[in-house]
Design a protein around this ligand. Structure first.
Ligand code: ADP
Ligand code: MG
Length: 302
C-alpha cells in the first residue's frame, strides 16, 4: 500500500485548469519527485496535499485512509514562499516553531542542537533572522520543517536559493531522511539531478501527468534497442545488418561499445556475433537519462 495517494485531482482557477486529473502514488520511504516546468501545477498539487486549498474533484489518501485535517501533524511542509519572522532571533524562533509542532522545550532543544551542528549554522543561533543570508535562512527553515520527524515530508522547490555546495548538503540530508524512514515528496523544475535523488517521479506538464512511476522502470521502458557492451582487450567491433556501432573506445585493456540493434534481433543473436570479436565482460541495456526521456516525452506530445 502506498504511503500517500492522490487520485484524479482536478483544480480550476476560474476557467483555467491548473490540475487536470492528476494522480500520484507515493510508496513508503521513497523520494518522490514532482517534476515539470514552471507553471505546470506542482505547487497547486502540494498546496492541495497540505490542505491549504481543496481540489474541485479527486481524492487523497494517507496510509490507505482518506486524508483529514488531523493528518497535518504527520506532514512536514516547506512552502515555496519561504518566510521566517525577520526580527526574531534564529534560535528562539526555531524553538518556538518546534514547540508549535508539539515538541517539549527540552526535546526541541536537543534536536535543534543536533541539526544546527549538522548543517553548520551553530554560530547563527543568537542572530536575528534578517542578519542571515537567504541560504542560511533556508537551512533554518529546512530544519524547522523536519524537526518533529514527520512521516511525510514535502519540500516545494527545496534547492532554489542555494549555491551548489549547499544544494548538495540538502540533497544528502534528503537521502538521510529517507534512510531514517521518512517518505519525501519534493518539487523541482530542474531535471538535472533526478537520477541521483528520486526513486519515483511524476512529470507534470500544463496541468497533466505525462509520465509517472519508478525511475528505474521508466528508464528501462525508454531504453529502446541500445546496449552497452564491454570486451576484454583492444578490439574493433564492426556493425552488420543485426546491429550498428554508435560509439566505441578502448582504454585500460578493455573496449566499451554502444550498439543499436535492428528490430527483431534478440540479445542472444547480438552476443553470438560480438563474442567472436573478443571476450565479453559486460552487456547491459543503455539507459537514457531522465532528462533525455523528458525531452522525448514532451516533444512527442507537442
Ligand atoms: P508550478 O508550481 O508547477 O510552477 P503552480 O501550481 O504554482 O505551478 O501554478 C500552476 C498554474 O496555476 C499557473 O499558471 C498559475 O498561474 C496558476 N495558479 C496557481 N495558483 C493560482 C491562483 N490562486 N489563482 C489563479 N491562478 C493560479
Ligand atoms: Mg511551484
Amino acid at each position: 500500500m502506498p504511503l500517500f495517494e492522490a487520485k484524479n485531482v482536478v483544480k480550476q482557477f476560474g476557467s483555467f485548469t491548473a490540475l487536470d486529473n492528476v494522480s500520484i502514488s507515493v510508496p513508503a520511504q521513497c523520494i518522490y519527485g514532482l517534476l515539470g516546468p514552471n507553471g505546470a501545477g506542482k505547487t497547486t498539487l502540494i498546496r492541495i496535499i497540505n490542505q491549504i486549498t481543496g481540489p474541485d474533484s479527486g481524492e487523497l489518501f494517507i496510509n490507505g485512509k482518506k486524508l483529514t485535517p488531523d493528518d497535518v501533524q504527520f506532514i512536514g511542509y516547506l512552502p515555496e514562499e519561504r518566510g521566517l519572522y525577520k526580527k526574531m532571533k534564529v534560535g528562539e524562533q526555531a524553538l518556538y516553531l518546534a514547540q508549535l509542532k508539539g515538541l517539549s522545550k527540552t526535546e526541541a532543544m536537543k534536536r535543534l542542537k543536533y541539526w544546527f551542528r549538522k548543517l553548520d549554522i551553530v554560530d547563527w543561533w543568537g542572530k536575528k533572522v534578517e542578519e542571515l543570508s537567504k541560504g542560511m535562512q533556508q537551512k533554518v527553515q529546512f530544519i524547522t520543517t523536519i524537526l518533529h520527524e514527520p512521516l511525510l515530508i514535502i519540500f516545494d522547490e527545496p534547492f532554489t536559493g542555494f549555491d551548489p555546495v549547499n544544494t548538495n548538503t540538502i540533497k544528502n540530508e534528503i537521502l538521510f531522511l529517507r534512510e531514517r524512514g521518512a517518505t519525501i515528496i519534493f518539487s523541482t523544475h530542474n531535471m538535472g539531478s533526478v537520477e541521483e535523488l528520486c526513486d519515483n517521479i511524476t512529470l507534470i506538464n500544463k496541468a497533466k501527468t505525462i509520465l509517472e512511476g519508478s525511475v528505474d522502470e521508466i528508464r528501462k521502458q525508454w531504453a529502446g534497442n541500445e546496449y552497452d557492451l564491454t570486451l576484454k582487450g583492444d578490439v574493433r567491433l564492426q556493425g552488420n545488418n543485426h546491429f550498428s556501432v554508435l560509439d566505441q573506445k578502448s582504454e585500460d585493456g578493455k573496449t566499451s561499445v554502444r550498439i543499436k540493434t535492428a528490430d527483431k534481433v534478440s540479445t542472444n543473436d547480438i552476443l553470438n556475433f560480438t563474442m567472436r570479436s573478443g571476450e565479453i565482460i559486460a552487456f547491459n541495456p543503455a539507459l537514457p537519462s531522465m532528462n533525455e526521456i523528458f525531452i522525448r516525452v514532451v516533444e512527442s506530445r507537442n
